[in-house]
Ligand binder design. Structure first.
Ligand code: ATR
Length: 273
């Protein structure tokens, strides 16, 4: 029997996950089928129940259901607890494990694909919503010299930093965008939703240190507003989140199948498409 997996979201038509997992499966010789499931906005649990009853072995979960998925799981991994959200479900007979592979995916894209050292570097993380929370602990685990968490609404940056401050030896400072004046960073990660509105967070001049990398968690066929602004502001390298998408998928695949796919050819194929 071919094992079944799916990505659940709303909307879901645009998802690249089936394409990515089909390539992983072909490459590793795994017998699996991966489909898209559109769940009604108030019907995540029912959709997941149905898929599980039909023999589903696991699922990826995307917008807007990552909190529903955390409630659906009967056990959360430490990564899912830290992220406060679940993007990967593993269906066992007796339990549903909820994990989160987004942060690992970002760090792997940065350190492996982009060869960007994080240890001892100064990181600026923009945003204090779910996306920022999802990547914060894996970034801290790389032991940067400092991590500044900047958000349009200062109160949310303070709140998010408070959740992690106790547990990290890294110097972590929450602030608003204006307070970044006079500081510079080696890596700037945009985890705000600004690119969806074709806007870039208003950063003061000089935040990009010589050689700095600017990374947007979002991806689009054209460079995002953040990427264009970073380029104009002097970032040496500017990247979108397509590599993170492939790497988080690879980690999910590994959790389900115990086999690690080679992400490089999959990323090349997606870029070409
Ligand atoms: P997500 O799950 O994508 O993180 P979210 O939890 O709604 O979504 O958080 C959105 C984040 O993007 C927040 O940090 C938000 O800033 P505020 O807390 O001030 O609302 C940020 N954001 C959204 N639009 C933005 C914009 N145009 N400029 C800067 N930050 C923006």
């Amino acid at each position: 029997m071919t094992d079944r997996y799916a990505v659940i979201g709303n909307p879901i038509a645009h998802s690249k996950s089936p394409q990515i997992h089909a390539q992983f499966a072909a490459q590793t010789g795994q017998d699996l089928q991966y489909e898209k499931l559109l769940a009604p906005l108030d019907g995540f649990a029912a959709t997941a129940d149905q898929f599980r009853a039909a023999g589903g072995k696991g699922a990826n979960v995307t917008v807007p259901f990552k909190l529903d998925a955390a409630r659906y799981a009967t056990r959360l991994t430490p990564a899912a607890q830290q992220a406060g959200a679940v993007n990967t479900l593993i269906f066992h007979a007796a339990e549903v494990v909820g994990d989160n592979t987004d942060g690992i995916g970002l760090v792997r894209d940065l350190t492996h694909n982009l060869q960007q050292l994080l240890r001892g570097r100064r990181i600026l993380l923009l945003g204090a919503g779910g996306a920022a929370r999802g990547v914060l602990q894996p970034l801290l685990d790389e032991k940067p010299a400092a991590l500044v968490l900047a958000n349009r609404t200062l109160a949310k940056a303070l709140e998010l930093a408070a959740l992690f401050q106790q547990k990290t030896p890294t110097q972590m400072r929450p602030c608003g965008f204006a307070e970044l004046a006079g500081q510079s960073f080696d890596v700037v990660v945009n985890a705000t939703a600004s690119s969806l509105q074709d806007e870039a967070p208003p950063l003061p001049a000089g935040v990009y240190a010589p050689g700095a990398l600017a990374y947007d968690l979002m991806y689009a066929p054209q460079p995002t507003a953040f990427m264009r602004a970073a380029q104009a502001a002097g970032a040496a390298r500017v990247c979108d989140g397509l590599g993170m998408l492939v790497e988080q998928a690879a980690q999910s695949f590994y959790l389900w199948r115990g086999v690690r796919p080679d992400t490089a050819p999959v990323l090349v194929a997606l870029r070409a498409a």
